[in-house]
Design a protein around this ligand. Structure first.
Ligand code: FMN
Length: 350
């Protein structure tokens, strides 16, 4: 089965390619009478947009969201909502080389092996351009969560081994890397500029926190909240690892160290990351994602061509030096989508 849809009750289907006419999303299952306007999308689309500060790709996309269906007189109608974002700057020329050669670390090889024919321009369907549709859907999901007092914030924890030492959420929007530690943010920026000059790329770690999530979200056994969150986060390109709460560190702890003790005031600690048995426990949900370096780099690399013959590839053109910071609003969007879906599902069951 094709895998372009996600969610059960609040269900999104994304479509489009990076160098086609545009990308978009159909949202089915959104409740009626939620106010939505074009302006609601501006902030998050701008946060995801490339080229904002010289570190990302210089591609300029206006990323205006058109509402094609499902909204009447400013309110959702309960029918499928279609959001569309036109591609306004699709320069395909630098990608001509990829008609023949596979980029190491990228999905060109696997798409070719699976489909035999694919849109190699800028990655087509597997380009980060697709995530513009997810961010738009995340804005609608956020409208469901907002009145419930549920908020989602993502930020950069580490780039190139440079770690945020303090977590001051007030600082996240005050630097281009969405880093809660301004000093670390400056060092990360320097590391990224250096990597860019060297024609290389960098990975990192991001953390996503959900505040105000009530107890009871999550549908065991296969649609556990942590399982769906992990899928949502892992479905974003470059993500190679997902942790909830203590995550991999829990493997090194004893039960007596790892258990979050219950008190009449709630949990004493939050190593569970807000989820037990796949169901939210009312504590903050904490997710971390490991992000690999961007595969397109300016250095010469060994590869093969479509005939399987050895070749050298040196890329020129526009590519991000890291998925950070653009991936940050994408994390927020995907987590909001999961939470909106599970909130609506929980209403149907209990
Ligand atoms: C926000 C964001 C921006 C990205 N920008 C680029 C880019 O400019 N060039 C590139 O080759 N890959 C870029 N990628 C990564 C590829 O989309 C991704 O690595 C590729 O599809 C292979 O998938 P995988 O890394 O999940 O295996 C970006 C990913 C994200 C999330």
């Amino acid at each position: 089965m094709a895998g372009n849809s996600f969610g059960e009750t609040f269900k999104i289907t994304t479509f489009g390619e990076s160098h086609g006419d545009g990308v978009g999303v159909v949202i089915d299952g959104c409740p009626p009478r939620i106010s939505i306007s074009k302006e609601d999308f501006i902030r998050d689309m701008a946060r995801r947009r490339p080229g904002g500060h010289g570190i990302s790709t210089p591609r300029k996309e206006k990323d205006e969201v058109e509402i094609l269906s499902g909204v009447f007189e400013g309110l959702t109608t309960g029918t499928p909502i279609t959001l569309y974002i036109r591609n306004r700057d699709p320069d395909s020329r630098p990608y001509e080389v990829l008609r023949q050669l596979f980029r190491p670390g990228h999905a060109d090889y696997t798409y070719f092996k699976k489909y035999g024919h694919f849109d190699f321009r800028g990655g087509g369907r597997y380009s980060a351009r697709e995530t513009a549709a997810r961010v738009a859907a995340g804005v609608v999901a956020g409208k469901i969560l907002e009145p419930l007092g549920i908020s989602v914030v993502a930020y950069t924890l580490m780039v190139d081994g440079i770690k945020a030492k303090s977590i001051n959420l007030d600082m996240v929007e005050k630097n281009p890397l969405f880093c809660p530690d301004p000093k670390a943010a400056r060092q990360m920026e320097e590391a990224m500029s250096k990597a860019k000059k060297e024609g290389d790329s960098l990975g990192g770690i991001a953390e996503i926190r959900v505040v105000g999530c009530p107890e009871g979200l999550g549908e065991p056994v296969f649609d556990k909240l942590d399982a769906d969150l992990a899928k949502a986060v892992m479905s974003i390109g470059t993500v190679k690892g997902v942790e909830i709460g203590a995550g991999f560190e829990a493997a090194e702890l004893k039960g007596s160290e790892n258990n979050d003790l219950l008190t009449t005031d709630g949990f004493q600690t939050n190593r569970a990351g807000g989820i037990l048995g796949g169901i939210s426990n009312g504590d903050e949900i904490v997710i971390r994602a490991a992000i690999k370096p961007i595969p397109s780099i300016g250095l010469e690399q060994d590869t093969i061509n479509r005939e399987g013959k050895p070749a050298k590839l040196k890329l020129a053109g526009r590519f991000d030096v890291s998925a950070i910071p653009r991936i940050i609003p994408i994390f927020e969007a995907m987590v909001r989508i999961v939470l909106a879906d599970h909130y609506l599902r929980s209403k149907a069951i209990v």
